[in-house]
Structure formats: structure tokens, C-alpha cells
Design a protein around this ligand. Structure first.
Ligand code: FES
Length: 117
């Protein structure tokens, strides 16, 4: 799939001529296929798609998401291609990448039925 994406985030910047060189790729997010731009950070692809919660705090269970967006705080840590605690704000999207959120509280798993056996 190719084509120019003029706006990734409503009200956000027009990527301009740079968008002509970015290739759309499909990767998975919590097991569901999503589309991003090859080479952009995983967290930015998910943000452009409307996802804000990138995981949950292991102790409090509160949602985590983008904070510094430059690789310092680890608030964006996710499991990427089977490796835990990867910084989604620094990890480039590519075709077939498997991305999932970490530390989902058990009560939320039961609510949405995603992890019921
Ligand atoms: S948002 Fe701070 S390390 Fe990614």
C-alpha cells in the first residue's frame, strides 16, 4: 500500500513532500493489524491512530503513555517482537512488527474478554 498521507493527526502538521517517501506498512498492536509509516516511531504510529495508553504501571495499574518522547523516561515501554521493555518512542515501525502493551491489570482483561480462556 502506498500513497501520500497529508495529515496523520487531525490538526497536526502536514508531512509535505517527506510523506511521498514514507511507505505504509502493517504491524500488529495487541494482536490486531494496524497501519503505520515505515521508520516512524511505534508510539507515534499508535498516537496517530488514536491510541494513548501504551501499557499499565506494574504497581499501581494506572495507564502509561508518551511522556518524554525522547527515550529517557521508559513510560512508553512495550513488548516488541517478543522483547519486553522496548521504548516505543524510539523503536522504528516496520512491516510485520508485533507490538503489545505490558502489565494489563487482570480486572481489565476480564472486562474486555481478550484474555479469557
Ligand atoms: S516516552 Fe519517555 S522513553 Fe518513551
Amino acid at each position: 500500500m502506498s500513497g501520500r498521507l497529508t495529515i496523520r493527526i487531525p490538526g497536526g502538521p502536514d508531512l509535505g513532500p517527506q510523506a511521498e517517501t514514507l511507505r505504509q506498512v502493517t504491524f500488529s498492536f495487541d494482536g490486531q493489524p494496524v497501519v503505520g509509516l515505515e521508520g516512524e516511531p511505534v508510539a507515534m504510529s499508535l498516537w496517530a491512530l488514536g491510541y494513548r495508553a501504551l501499557g499499565w504501571n506494574e504497581e499501581s495499574g494506572r495507564q502509561r503513555g508518551l511522556y518524554c518522547a525522547i527515550g529517557h523516561c521508559f513510560e512508553c515501554r512495550m513488548t516488541i517482537d517478543g522483547q519486553r521493555d522496548q521504548r516505543a518512542c524510539c523503536y522504528p515501525v516496520r512491516e510485520g512488527l508485533a507490538v503489545s502493551r505490558q502489565s494489563k491489570p487482570v480486572d481489565l482483561e476480564m472486562q474486555d474478554g481478550m484474555d479469557q480462556v
